[in-house]
Design a binder for this molecule. Structure first.
Ligand code: COA
Length: 189
């Protein structure tokens, strides 16, 4: 009964998001307060059983002359509140990922090289794909920069800034994030 009531309350909240996305799987939930009106979600694909916390800011940023940007969040991901996911090219979050609260993933940056113009007038620099493979855990307040590829079952420490890519089963932390442990498959129970 409680479950049904929760669904009845939660479903209407998700309707504007559902309408704007390309595809949404079964059992999707998103908390209230997400950005919607100025956010382009044309090419956002969400798998089955995905939950996103409140106040999410998810958007694709189409650039002139570039392929349509995409965001894909695959099955069974849980994403905490205040997440920022902004793709000018491609961001993929693999299945079974746990993304904690206040995490940001942006595959582009504000351009700033021209010293005669303030960055706010320089547009966006060259975007680079972000790929988070399955079973990863991104700790609270972590920031994933453009071009980062994390292999399966990577663990990112709280408050980390991830500026480079890491192979599967890496535990990384810090600013910039460095490998602090290697979880090999022999750790599988
Ligand atoms: C990254 C993390 C998983 C590491 O756990 P661990 O493998 O048990 O690591 P340890 O605690 O043994 O620490 C190993 C080293 O990394 C450092 N370290 C651990 N977490 C760190 C972090 N977030 N940032 C910077 N350094 C960190 C430790 O200080 C230690 O350094 P030392 O060897 O110089 O003493 C954990 O510290 C963490 O940040 N978890 C995320 C918490 C979180 O976001 N929770 C929200 C849940 S929704």
């Amino acid at each position: 009964m409680v479950e049904l009531l929760t669904k009845l309350v939660d479903f209407p909240i998700s309707i504007p998001f559902r309408i704007k996305c390309k595809k949404i799987g079964k059992s999707f939930l998103i908390g209230s307060g997400y950005s919607i009106w100025k956010c382009n979600l044309n090419n956002v694909i969400i798998g089955n059983n995905v939950q996103i916390g409140s106040r999410a800011w998810i958007q694709t940023v189409p650039l002139v002359g570039q392929k349509k940007p995409t965001i894909e969040i695959r099955d069974n991901c849980s994403i905490g509140r205040n997440v920022v996911i902004s793709a000018a090219k491609k961001i993929i979050i693999g299945k079974n990922c746990l993304v904690s609260y206040n995490v940001s993933l942006l595959d582009h940056n504000h351009a700033f090289e021209n010293t005669n113009l303030p960055p706010i007038m320089q547009g966006i620099d060259e975007p680079k794909d972000i790929e988070i493979d399955e079973d990863c855990f991104l700790g609270a307040h972590s920031f994933i920069l453009k071009g980062v590829v994390l292999g399966k079952h990577c663990i990112v420490g709280a408050n980390s800034v991830v500026a480079s890519s890491f192979p599967p089963f890496s535990v990384i932390a810090g600013v910039p994030a460095k490998k602090i442990r290697d979880l090999t498959e022999s750790n599988a129970v």
